[in-house]
Ligand binder design. Structure first.
Ligand SMILES: CC(C)(COP(=O)(O)OP(=O)(O)OC[C@H]1O[C@@H](n2cnc3c(N)ncnc32)[C@H](O)[C@@H]1OP(=O)(O)O)[C@@H](O)C(=O)NCCC(=O)NCCS
Length: 217
């Protein structure tokens, strides 16, 4: 049988409302603790930072002077940003992702996103055996393949995928979870697998929603 308070039900209601407000307050406080505030963001020493940017306090930024982040973008817990990185508007980088931009850089354009644990790196050692490898070795003893990565607008990269140096994800590309992207993609296609292959077309309906969304801003 369900217990329903008859006597003093207004006290019960008051307690319930108070409880809801406490929980809301706790969530709000948690958000404040999780993300840097405006002053803290300004003190990170980034090359540039837009408005309404959220960066979790656990994010590791190796070369803040090479990192630019535009309006309304969000970077979640335990992400590592290294080297030259340009993050445009309304970009989301989910937890545990790693972006190594090196000298040439990674650009993530408007409305694109990395799901959990996506790795993108612009340089890789020569694995053929013809040179030495690793960061402890002087450059004259090794041959590093270093190429820029470009993620165009409206790309989405599924969890635990990997993006190799020199890849350009063209406008509207979707990459399925756990994919290995070794080559550039065609616009408005869905790819997945190891190595990632084109599977089917991706709808462009989201462009109408983009216009609607931007008109509301
Ligand atoms: C690629 C993706 C978008 C395809 O979705 P979909 O169009 O609904 O395709 P389906 O789920 O019907 O899968 C079609 C086939 O491809 C396979 N497949 C789907 N995604 C795959 C992937 N990432 N890698 C390998 N195979 C995959 C399915 O097992 C299925 O195989 P089957 O026909 O032999 O049964 C989706 O599977 C995906 O990977 N989404 C990303 C999820 C993610 O990372 N989210 C982040 C958390 S927010």
């Amino acid at each position: 049988m369900i217990w329903l308070p008859k006597v003093g039900s207004h006290i019960f209601l008051f307690a319930a409302i108070k409880f809801v407000y406490c929980i809301r307050g706790l969530i709000y406080v948690k958000l404040i603790i999780m993300y840097y505030n405006k002053l803290e963001l300004d003190n990170l020493g980034l090359a540039s930072i837009g408005s309404n940017v959220l960066i979790d306090k656990t994010v590791l930024i190796h070369n803040p002077n090479l990192v630019s982040i535009s309006n309304n973008s969000r970077i979640d817990a335990y992400v590592i940003l290294s080297g030259k990185i340009t993050i445009c508007k309304n970009v989301h980088i989910a937890a545990f992702s790693f972006l190594n931009g090196g000298k040439l850089g990674i650009t993530v354009s408007d409305f694109s996103g990395f799901a959990y644990g996506v790795y993108a790196f612009t340089s890789s050692d020569d694995y053929s055996g013809s040179t030495l490898t690793g960061p402890t070795i002087p450059t004259k003893f090794k041959k590093t393949n270093e190429k820029e990565i470009i993620i165009e607008k409206h790309c989405i990269i599924g969890a635990r995928s990997m993006i190799f140096p020199g890849v350009k994800l063209s406008l509207g590309t979707a990459i399925g979870a756990m994919s290995l992207v070794t080559r550039s993609t065609l616009p408005w296609k869905i790819y997945f697998g190891i190595p990632a292959k084109e599977i089917k077309d991706r709808s462009r309906d989201l462009l109408l929603l983009e216009t609607e969304f931007l008109n509301e801003q």
